[in-house]
Design a binder for this molecule. Structure first.
Ligand code: MN
Length: 338
């Protein structure tokens, strides 16, 4: 079974406290990403936009974690180069969380910063990424409780970013993906405002409509304060049910039915079957296919004429014979009589 992306949807919102939106996203199946920019003035916006652009400049169709690292390194190179040459953007950087859906039933991830990836499936909701943030490191070291981290004044300080250094350390990992799984990539403007349980219940309530789900997430984050830009990228895993394309031969072998013609559309790249042979075609085609005309076989009509002609010829011959016989008889009688 091939793993394919089903529905997908992305939404971004400036939130209620920020004037601009420094988040950027990629929603181009099978590739998805979230980037949350940082830096003075509009530099954060430049950093996240440059990173997203680097991911979409080349078509990406598989390649797993290795391909994702290449993409993130190229994004890092571009952002760092710009920050080094453009004084207005000095020190800018961005988070990046990338997901690539592979046909073999896995999703490959690359991650730098405190944006997050989650997976929702029938039996649970799991955060897949570790935050590269000061508070998350303190929690991992046991120096801070998760509850303390949530309200820590420095909770938005990140320990790793894309674009701030010429080289970059990328977390990569792969997760198995089953049909029906729903993945969420989001910026901290969502995950700081809503806890995991709230995000999960919103996703389950709107599971059948991802546009509605992303709208509900943004709305809930804004109601909880909307202190930062809010971005959610959603994509679900589906089973590939598409039948293989029939080849040219098979297509031609399909018998043409008149009702098929009604469903044909110029955009359907289907070769229409030849029209059913009409009365004219049956008469014309054999002639074209036939060798030079052979002596015409007598038709029913000709046969009648021929019969008449034969009869006339026979009658004439009989009359000639009778006449000759009569002449001979006359000559014999005339000879004897002399
Ligand atoms: Mn943010």
């Amino acid at each position: 079974m091939r793993t394919v992306v089903g529905a997908s949807h992305a939404r971004t919102d400036a939130g209620r406290k920020r004037r601009g939106n420094e988040d950027a996203f990629v929603c181009r199946p099978p590739l998805f990403a979230i980037a949350d920019g940082m830096g003075g003035a509009q530099a954060g916006e430049v950093a996240s936009a440059l990173a997203a652009e680097a991911l979409t400049d080349v078509p990406v169709d598989g390649g797993g974690e290795r391909r994702i690292v290449e993409l993130i390194r190229e994004a890092n190179r571009r952002v760092h180069e710009r920050a080094s040459t453009d004084a207005a953007t000095t020190g800018m950087g961005t988070t990046i969380t990338v997901a690539l859906v592979e046909e073999d039933g896995h999703v490959a991830f690359g991650h730098v910063g405190d944006s997050r990836a989650y997976r929702l499936r029938a039996d649970g909701f799991e955060q897949l990424t570790d935050d590269h943030s000061l508070v998350a490191e303190l929690v991992r070291r046991g120096e801070l409780s998760p509850a303390e981290a949530e309200v820590h004044p420095q909770r938005s300080v990140i320990t790793r970013a894309l674009g701030t250094d010429p080289s970059i350390d990328v977390d990569t990992f792969s997760k198995d993906a089953l049909p029906g799984d729903l993945f969420l990539l989001c910026s901290d403007g969502l995950s700081d405002m809503l806890d995991g349980g709230t995000i999960e219940s919103i996703l389950r309530a709107h599971r059948s409509d991802l546009a509605e789900a992303s709208r509900a997430l943004v709305q809930a984050a804004n109601r909880a304060g909307g202190e930062d830009n809010i971005t959610a990228v959603l994509f679900e895993i589906a089973e590939d049910t598409a039948a293989p394309e029939p080849d040219e031969k098979t297509r031609e072998a399909v018998p043409s039915r008149p009702e098929d013609e009604d469903t044909l559309h110029p955009e359907d790249h289907v070769v229409p079957p030849p029209p059913a042979p009409s009365a004219v075609d049956t008469m014309v085609a054999p002639v074209e296919a036939m060798p030079p005309p052979a002596p015409a076989e007598p038709s029913a009509h000709d046969e009648e004429e021929l019969e008449e002609a034969t009869f006339a010829r026979k009658a004439l011959a009989l009359a000639v014979i009778v006449a000759l016989c009569a002449l001979i008889v006359v000559l014999v009688i005339w000879g004897l009589a002399r």
